[in-house]
Write a protein that binds this ligand. Structure first.
Ligand code: THU
Length: 137
């Protein structure tokens, strides 16, 4: 797994912080911003978008991944998630699975107070079910 520079971390946290302000979270009041770094060095962002039919709400991380895929990215190399939680909140189980589809890469958990935790997809979801799981024995 490649190490992220402080500059790359700053760039992702800043993008996730900005997109968090656009979150649509009228039901939970919990705004989340996510920014993924694609293999080609581009940053793609997403925020949570809630729905009156609560189960249809979509998390910030999955929106950021969808934006990266729609932009034609070939792979992901990092993600930052920004909330106003202390300690910084971690991706939900569904988002961990979606991130794991794209490999093991750094995950930065950050909050508005400036706290940052650098972890990884592999740490958040060990022994994940991935595309490699389809390999025959
Ligand atoms: N949420 C995210 O955007 N990402 C996560 O990983 C966890 C939860 C959103 C979903 C919902 O809009 C709000 O946070 C409260 O659960």
């Amino acid at each position: 797994m490649t190490e992220l520079s402080e500059k790359e971390i700053d760039r992702l946290v800043e993008a996730a912080t900005t997109v968090r302000t656009r979150a649509r979270a009228p039901y939970s009041g919990f705004a989340v911003g996510a920014a993924v770094l694609s293999a080609d060095g581009c940053v793609h962002v997403g925020c949570n978008v809630e729905n009156a039919s609560y189960g249809l709400s979509v998390c910030a991380e999955r929106h950021a991944v969808a934006a990266a895929v729609a932009a034609g990215t070939s792979g992901l190399s990092a993600v930052a998630v920004v909330t106003d939680s202390s300690p910084p909140a971690s991706p939900c189980g569904a988002c961990r699975q979606v991130l794991a589809e794209f490999g093991n890469f750094p995950v930065i958990l950050a909050n508005l107070a400036g706290a940052r935790i650098v972890t990884s997809v592999g740490e958040l979801l060990p022994n994940a079910f991935t595309p490699e799981s389809f390999s025959k024995s």
